[in-house]
Design a protein around this ligand. Sequence first.
Ligand code: GLY
Ligand code: MN
Length: 464
Amino acid sequence: MFDKSVYIARRKTLVSKMSSGIIFMPGNSEAAFNYASNEYKFRQDSTFLYYFGLDKPDVAAVIDIENGEEIIFGDDVDIDDIIWMGPQPLLSDQAAEVGVSKSAPYAGLAEYLQDAQKKGRKIHFIPQYRNYNKIYINEVLGIPFAQMKEAASLELILAVVSQRLIKEPCEIAEIEKACDLGYAMHYTAMKMMKPGMVEQELVGVMEGVCLSGGYAPSFTTILSQHGETLHNHHHEGILTDGKLCVIDAGAEIASHYASDFTRTLPCGGKFTQKQKDIYTIVATANNFACDMAHPGITYKDVHLGASKIIVQGLKNLGLVHGDVDEMVAAGVQGLFMPHGLGHNMGLDVHDMENLGENYVGYAPGQERANQLGLGSLRMARELEPGQVITDEPGIYFIPALIEKWKNEGTNAQYVDFARLESYYDFGGIRLEDDILITENGARRLGSKRLPITVEDVEEAMKNN
Ligand code: GLY
Ligand code: MN
């Protein structure tokens, strides 16, 4: 938890961005895993954490925009709770730690909201992703489930996004720590990887490193020799000399800030020439994107800049033919990188995705493209100092997609489909760093960069 002045200042800024009514911020509750008292690990809602800091279930907060009153609703423990959980601090003391002077029993929240509703006051809440919060809003405010998404307040969404998008120095310090833990996860895998291991063994070690030093992996670890499947969560493969393994994993630390890195490693410690050729293009695109990023440019243009590097590289290898600018405009890169260059990162690894991808990654009026790859770009906005974004280009050979384009004649004037057949068992390569937009450019986060050149990766793996 940060000092209470951080939360007080954030709420003050939020209120200054809102016109009138009540802000209602539900926190999260425990969620049953297979029966009520065996729960998933508790994770507080990130927006609640951002403004109210309390990392515990069954609390909710309101802010009256007009008179500035703030109340945290929740219940103190009773003797039954103490038997199972031990003594807990009073809610009023916890509220005071985040600068809120008023707290009240949870049961009073419904009456508070209904009273405001009766007075015709607007109740602002962000889109809800947990069903119990949707049920609560349905029961208390009478909003039908089918209208719940539309009933979320666009004014509040835009206000929250504008604040959370620009990270404060105290947040950047936390993200740096998450990056250092993410580094340890990946570096451990890089040092341990060898043919004969089952992919899951490495997943377990990486997640163990993360759990030992932080809260949890920031998302389900992706570790696979079938890197052409972008989010491959099957880890039963046996690592085989000559194959590549994509490892996309990150750490969430105790304060819940995240990191997200990807490296693609040769299972046997040495890249083949064919692998080096593709790998070097992706590494060049990764470096190029970080060099290109600076305040004033859009991340969409950085995505297109990295796309040019990829198309030029594939042209040099004879896999595509034509004018590079024309090919990028036609979307040829989408066959090889059918995803965006990156996403915002902070308290969520895909920061604020619950608020709506377009509200987070696109400025009002900025259109989302309808092209394979570019259409999946989660962060397209003009860059500003304080934004934290991933830089994660890739090249994948997805046989079903290549066959589809071949059969449909998509970009057939540019793509050498016959030559691509020898890449059907190649897999994929993705290389991801986390970057901070600074006053003049961008810098990578974390005290050390994971090895990324062919030479440095092979050096790190040489004794495996
Ligand atoms: N690292 C997983 C993702 O960005 O979707
Ligand atoms: Mn990512």
